[in-house]
Design a protein around this ligand. Structure first.
Ligand code: ATP
Ligand code: MG
Length: 184
């Protein structure tokens, strides 16, 4: 599985529809301070269901919508789409047969939010479920390593460390399902 492209519109500084193709395994994002490099990472986290405002570097949920600049008015909607190349079939389950998987999230200024998988409306839960066990699974994701995370891993308590290992071993999704079944 590989992230092969990101499409943004109205998300933070990306007011106009923008397509960032990621054609190779090695991609670097370079540019002057404040040009939007970190906003790209925030966008990836956001689509995958990030709820921590701190991790999104935002004051509140609607803060991710483009809120205007000297020359442009604010917009009413943020949309981000991640395109994954799944030709290795790493994303299993109902989407295993798809060589390309698109995950999209939209947010309106009135707070309405919607997730899409391959253009079909779905629940946030469907998105997080899909990525459990790939390293992008929910709160135990380790595919995005930001400043401070390495020391957090080194200093982690055994229980926390175990959660990362379970995500890496691909068993967190089964534990999650068991927890859900037991709570019914
Ligand atoms: P650095 O090199 O300093 O880390 P960067 O390239 O990572 O910079 P970002 O933090 O991604 O920069 O982008 C910051 C810019 O995004 C700022 O100019 C900020 O005003 C703009 N920005 C963030 N949120 C919004 C928003 N909701 N609407 C409009 N602009 C926004
Ligand atoms: Mg930055």
């Amino acid at each position: 599985m590989r992230l092969s492209g990101i499409k943004l519109a109205g998300f933070k500084s990306f007011v106009d529809p923008t397509h960032l193709p990621l054609p190779s395994n090695l991609t670097g994002v370079v540019g002057p301070n404040g040009c939007g490099k970190s906003n790209v990472i925030d966008a990836v986290r956001w689509v995958l269901g990030e709820t921590s405002m701190k991790n999104l570097r935002s004051a509140d949920a609607e803060d991710v919508i483009f809120n205007g600049s000297k020359t442009r008015k604010p917009v009413g909607r943020a949309s981000v789409e991640l395109i994954f190349d799944n030709s290795d079939g790493q994303i299993a389950g109902p989407f295993a047969a798809y060589a390309e998987i698109s995950v999209r999230r939209e947010l309106m200024r009135d707070g309405n939010s919607q997730y899409y998988l391959n253009s079909r409306k779905c629940l946030k839960r469907d998105v997080t479920d899909l990525f459990l066990g790939t390293g992008l699974g929910g709160k135990n994701q380790y595919a995005i390593i930001e400043q401070g995370m390495v020391s957090r891993m080194i200093e982690a308590k055994p229980e926390e460390l175990r959660q990362w290992l379970e995500e890496a071993a691909g068993i967190s999704k089964y534990k999650d399902r068991r927890r859900e079944t037991e709570s019914r």
